[in-house]
Design a protein around this ligand. Structure first.
Ligand code: S3P
Length: 180
C-alpha cells in the first residue's frame, strides 16, 4: 500500500535520462521476471505517430499530454506483471509522478552526463537533443532532472561502471527484497 492507503500495482517502472538504457534493460528484466514489456514511447508511437513527428507537428506539450493519458490508461486497466520503460521526461509533471508511483516499484537508472553523452552522441532521433546534443546541454538538463528522478525512485542504480547483465541482476535482487 502507498502512504495514503492506495493500491500499488506490482510492475517495475524504469525511469532515467535519455540514453540511460531503460529500453535495453527493461527488455532483459522482463525476460528475467517473465513479465510483459511496455515501452511508453513505443505505446505512444503506436497510438499516434513517430515521436519526432509529434514534436514537430503538435509540439512537446501535446506529447506530454499523451504521456499522461497513457499513464492514466495503464492505471485504469490495473496492468500488472509488467516492466515499464518510460520516456526520460515522464516524471517531470507532478501528476505523472503520482501515477508512476501507483504503477509499481520505481527504479532510477542513474548515469552521469559523460556516459549519456557517449551513448547518444551519434543519434539524432531524440527531439530534445536534435539541435544540440552537446555534453553541456546534457549536463544542464540532467542538473534539473536528476533530483526529480532520485526523489521519485524506490531504487537507484548507479549504472556507469556496470554491464547490462549486472544491472539486471542488481535490480532483480533489490526488487525482490523491496517486495518481501
Ligand atoms: C524525452 C525522452 C525520450 C522521449 C522524448 C522526450 C525526454 O525518451 O520520450 O523524446 O524528455 O527526456 P527516451 O528517454 O527513451 O529517449
Amino acid at each position: 500500500m502507498g502512504i495514503n492507503g492506495e493500491k500499488i500495482l506490482n510492475n517495475i517502472v524504469l525511469i532515467g535520462f535519455m540514453g540511460c538504457g531503460k529500453t535495453t534493460i527493461g527488455k532483459k528484466l522482463s525476460n528475467e521476471f517473465k513479465y510483459n514489456f511496455i515501452d511508453t514511447d513505443n505505446s505512444i508511437k503506436n497510438k499516434e505517430k513517430d515521436i519526432l513527428e509529434i514534436f514537430d507537428t503538435k509540439g512537446e506539450s501535446y506529447f506530454r499530454e499523451c504521456e499522461t493519458e497513457l499513464l492514466k490508461e495503464l492505471l485504469s486497466e490495473n496492468i500488472e506483471n509488467s516492466v515499464i520503460s518510460t520516456g526520460g521526461g515522464m516524471p517531470l509533471k507532478l501528476n505523472n509522478r503520482d501515477y508512476l508511483s501507483k504503477l509499481g516499484t520505481i527504479v532510477y537508472l542513474k548515469a552521469d552526463a559523460n556516459t549519456i553523452f557517449n551513448r547518444i552522441k551519434g543519434d539524432n532521433s531524440r527531439p530534445l537533443l536534435r539541435e544540440n546534443n552537446s555534453l553541456e546541454k546534457i549536463i544542464d538538463m540532467l542538473a534539473y532532472r536528476d533530483y526529480i528522478y532520485e526523489d521519485l525512485a524506490n531504487i537507484i542504480i548507479h549504472t556507469d561502471n556496470l554491464s547490462e547483465n549486472e544491472i539486471v541482476s542488481i535490480i532483480k535482487n533489490k526488487v525482490l527484497k523491496e517486495n518481501l
